[in-house]
Ligand binder design. Structure first.
Ligand SMILES: C[S@@+](CC[C@H](N)C(=O)[O-])C[C@H]1O[C@@H](n2cnc3c(N)ncnc32)[C@H](O)[C@@H]1O
Length: 242
């Protein structure tokens, strides 16, 4: 069932994701399905935060014991696609909406954050970083004490280049009507400006979350996207029991 909640400042991100459907490979989530197949019990539940069109939920439904699944997203059109593809419960809202998080505190056994952190849009890199940390903290609150959060995030090196790309896009963006694709699909200019992180920055975000890091997973470190080096980084965090 769809539940309408306040989207607050995420209107622009919502409009962007209503138009641009993400296409990420499911190989990135092998570490998660392996963990779920080893630890999950029938009757347990999982929420995919920023679920997009539901590819990850479909993967979990088809390859793990977890059948009680929900997807949260700011994009209504993505949620419609999720619902059609998976039949899962959908929640229309933002993980940065404190009322939403308070009302679902400890509701699930597992939560997923797949390629969402760089899509948390703010005015500058420092604010993006602060909100990405809040995204992790809020996602952890959705799981019960002793429950798990899976994070999968593409990271880029060198750090100064992602900083430069962010600010170049910021400066040029206002003069670009809509979204301008420059070469490969992922290189484009236009609002909203995503804020990618390096492996080190992601590790810094994850470490102070007052939680246990159960697993750190690295996929494809060193592959290239134009002049940037890419690595898909996974974390499994456990919400403390007390
Ligand atoms: C790059 S897509 C990733 C989709 C999917 N998780 C995957 O791994 O393929 C990022 C998703 O995060 C959603 N999103 C961005 N900000 C959000 C927020 N504050 N709360 C919930 N979802 C958000 C977007 O609408 C989009 O569907």
């Amino acid at each position: 069932m769809d539940t309408e909640v306040n989207l607050t400042d995420d209107q622009k991100t919502q409009e962007y994701f209503d138009k641009y459907v993400p296409k990420y490979g499911q190989y990135r989530f092998k570490f998660m399905t392996a963990f779920l197949n080893e630890h999950a019990k029938p009757g347990e539940s999982l929420i995919d935060v920023g679920c997009g069109t539901g590819k990850t939920l479909k993967l979990v439904k088809g390859s793990t014991p977890i059948k009680h699944l929900a997807g949260l997203d700011v994009s209504a059109s993505s949620l419609r696609a999720t619902s059609e593809a998976t039949g899962c419960e959908t929640e229309h809202g933002s993980i940065l909406d404190q009322n939403f998080v308070d009302s679902r505190d400890s509701k699930y056994d597992y939560a997923v954050l797949g390629a969402v952190l760089h899509h948390v849009i703010e005015k500058n890199r420092a604010e993006c970083n602060t909100s990405a940390r809040l995204t992790i903290a809020n996602s952890l609150r959705l799981v019960r004490p002793g429950g798990y959060l899976f994070i999968m995030e593409p990271t880029f090196e060198p750090r100064f280049m992602i900083w430069l790309v962010f600010w170049l896009k910021k400066m040029v963006g206002p003069f670009v009507p809509g979204r301008l694709h420059v070469g490969p699909e992922w290189i484009n200019i236009g609002h909203p400006i995503v804020s990618y992180y390096s492996e080190r920055q992601l590790a810094d975000m994850v470490n102070p979350q007052n939680t246990e890091i159960v697993q750190h997973y690295v996929h494809g470190r060193g592959s290239k996207l134009a002049f940037l080096k890419l690595a898909n980084i996974g974390y499994i965090l456990k919400r403390p029991v007390s």
